[in-house]
Design a protein around this ligand. Structure first.
Ligand code: SF4
Length: 469
């Protein structure tokens, strides 16, 4: 419980879901820092609690409501101590549910959607003054222009890898997905602002910049020449920023993997050999029903071209099993595509209807027992492929960016170029450095390695695109 009532106001943000939400939570904290809020990990100490929600996973809204039950008790205890706590719900559940949240959970003072984050100081002031506030509009102004950049101290505290949102929203309208409704139409940030953010990040010690967007490879931002730049062009520009040692981007749609972007994987040394490219299903019939806008062979063609450009590229994916109308035959071709591609890993989920999406209204929903059984078989195939990918690295030397200290004394955790966690015994001074590591053993969720060479200095970049292959 907070005891120092005279100190700065405290903010606790709980983030659910994807990396974009983590990025948004950081930006909210940075924006509220200008109003004197400092972050706390302890909800019981906070004067403002924000739940930054995600609508992608099953029962997302239910999870939020049960968390709000816990917060209600906490807010009640604070009130008995004479302290007022504001409770806010942000993110995609807020956008989708709007006023319903306050009706079901009166503990909530403020509900706001992803397009309103830059108005947060004003929304908080209104909620403090007037009581309940709901803001789920899609404003015309660019929220990124109004969000505060992270301070150097906040950036350093968040580590050597940083997310930068370059694109938001989606125009694809897959029939199972709420994103086009909760995040709105595609919007891309201008190149100059992204480059300036990357420069600020590397000045504060960041080595790897991860570009994020719901449909990141549909990026079409305004370049410094006044023309529209593609994601590939943006990546080439960011690779020139001194201090940017590694680049990644996520999440991509197969239809937006154009030749220029594929060539960037061949030509750009800082662009890591790893790509998350969701396929969702291997069946053409289901892909059409999902409105994915590509067939199985189109997807496999993209993979083949990527592998020609960058033979060692590690591919990961998302799968949905039990989409309405999915037959055992459809599922078999989904299983087959896992082996055809040889994924390094994948996320897989049972289909669950999202209210307001076209697929939710279909009458041919798949039985739960079939979904459970198919998911188990799919996950076996994914795990088998992931194991084979990890085993292919045994005895090889790869470059690892060290991110943080591990749980055991003397242990550091880093990431391979293929994004696997790697555990190594090394001095703490290696955090933030990229070093050659020989992969000696495989764990369940990570690789174990030994240090081979001195780390690169901060000025170095990998010299060839295929280092470690
Ligand atoms: S492309 Fe991705 S974000 Fe867009 S509708 Fe489809 S699944 Fe949702």
């Amino acid at each position: 419980m907070r005891t120092d009532m005279s100190g700065p106001r405290k903010l606790h943000v709980k983030s659910y879901g994807c990396q974009m939400n983590v990025y948004d939570s950081h930006r909210m904290a940075d924006t509220l820092a200008r109003d004197g809020f400092v972050e706390t990990m302890e909800p019981a100490e906070a004067d403002l609690i924000i739940l930054n929600t995600c609508h992608i996973r099953e029962k997302a809204a239910e999870k939020v409501y049960s968390e709000l039950g816990r917060i209600r008790r906490l807010k009640g205890r604070a009130a008995r101590d004479g302290r007022r706590v504001l409770v806010a719900v942000a993110g995609c559940v807020a956008q989708a549910e709007g006023e319903e949240i306050i009706r079901r959970a009166p503990v909530v003072d403020l509900v706001f959607g992803p397009q309103s984050y830059h108005r947060l100081p004003d929304l908080v002031a209104r909620a403090e003054r007037d009581g309940k506030v709901v803001d789920t509009e899609f404003p015309v102004e660019d929220k990124f222009d109004h969000l505060a950049p992270a301070s150097a101290a906040a950036t350093r505290a968040r580590g050597v890898t940083a997310f930068v949102t370059v694109q938001e929203g989606c125009d694809k309208f897959c029939t199972f997905c709420v994103v086009p409704y909760t995040r709105g139409a595609e919007m891309s940030r201008p190149v100059g602002k992204i480059v300036a953010e990357a420069e600020r990040l590397v000045d504060a010690g960041v080595r790897e910049v991860r570009l994020i967007g719901q449909n990141v490879n549909a990026y079409h931002g305004e370049g410094p020449d006044g023309r529209t730049w593609s994601l590939a062009r943006l990546l080439y520009r960011l690779a020139e920023v001194p201090g940017v040692a590694q680049l990644r981007y996520t999440t991509s749609h197969p239809c937006d993997m154009d030749d220029e972007l594929i060539a960037a994987h061949r030509d750009l040394a800082p662009l890591m050999p790893q790509l998350h490219l969701p396929v969702q299903s291997g069946s053409d019939r289901i892909l059409a029903a999902m409105n994915r806008r590509h067939a199985r062979t189109d997807y496999l063609d993209v993979i083949a071209r990527l592998r020609t450009a960058r033979p060692d590229i590690a591919l990961t994916s998302d799968f949905i099993v039990g989409f309405p109308g999915e037959t055992e035959e459809d599922f078999h071709v989904t299983l087959a595509i896992v082996d055809d591609v040889g994924y390094a890993g994948a996320f897989s989920f049972k289909y669950s209807p999202r209210p307001g999406t076209p697929a939710a209204a279909r009458s041919d929903q798949v039985e739960e027992a079939d979904k459970v059984e198919r998911l188990a078989r799919l996950q076996q195939a994914i795990d088998r492929n992931a194991r084979a990918f990890n085993e292919s690295l045994l005895g090889r030397t790869v470059e690892v960016l060290f991110e943080k200290e591990g749980r055991r004394p003397g242990q550091l955790i880093g990431r391979s170029p293929y994004l696997q966690p790697v555990q190594v015994m090394a001095a703490t001074s290696f955090v933030g450095e990229i070093a050659a590591i020989r992969i000696a053993a495989l764990g369940t969720n990570s690789l174990f390695g030994t240090l081979e060479l001195s780390p690169h200095t901060h000025d170095d970049k990998p010299t060839t695109a295929c280092a470690g292959s």
